[in-house]
Design a protein around this ligand. Sequence first.
Ligand code: 13P
Length: 249
Amino acid sequence: MPRKFFVGGNFKMNGVADSLSSIVANLNAAQVDPNTEVVIAPPSLYLLLVRQLADPKFAVSAQNVFDKPNGAFTGEVSVEQLRDAKIDWTIVGHSERRTILKEDDDFVARKTKAAIEGGLNVILCIGESLEDREADKTLDVVTRQLNAVAGVLSKEQWAKVVIAYEPIWAIGTGKVATTQQAQEVHATIRKWLADKISPEASDNTRVIYGGSVSEKNCRDLAKEPDVDGFLVGGASLKPAFVDIINSNI
Ligand code: 13P
């Protein structure tokens, strides 16, 4: 079975009820490739609204989750609460949380495990900074980020993970990775899955690209053998998101 193309829309901290409702209405009305899995991630306050408004063929994702089941953790949202709200996915380890909120590899790994054990699917974000890339450390960094998660998940639990490779220098900058840069890292991730997890995980895990994906560059990226879809920020708020969803046809 080929890997199903996967496109996520990460709305980040954008939108209010009105604007998010029209984004969802546009998506509901669009012709989208039925062979692409589409997941949208609104701000947590609007998860219930978006789940209510979105066509059931679209999955809804949180942008973050906490690693503890409940208790005195002011401002956090639990896996159980997301499941109760009919949310099936969460993003974990986004670089904005790693850098601005100082989330480290172990915390990201614990959240990934808690999410999967509680029944969520996870979009696990990894990626290097410009400094790392210029120092030729890209593959070391992504491998280190993945090793932390491999340390806590069973081999079978990788079936619940989509890996999003998002080079930090490409996020929100308009400076998309070249097709070769993306393919090189994605192929390394797939080899890492084969060596560290299992041949099945290597064959079946979607590795998606994020960072300045647009309706202009998505088709070339989608042609790369190890690019299984996208995690889209800015463009997921615009009508162009539909073109990105349909970039694999
Ligand atoms: P942009 O598409 O805005 O570069 O953001 C990418 C991203 O961070 C998705 O998670």
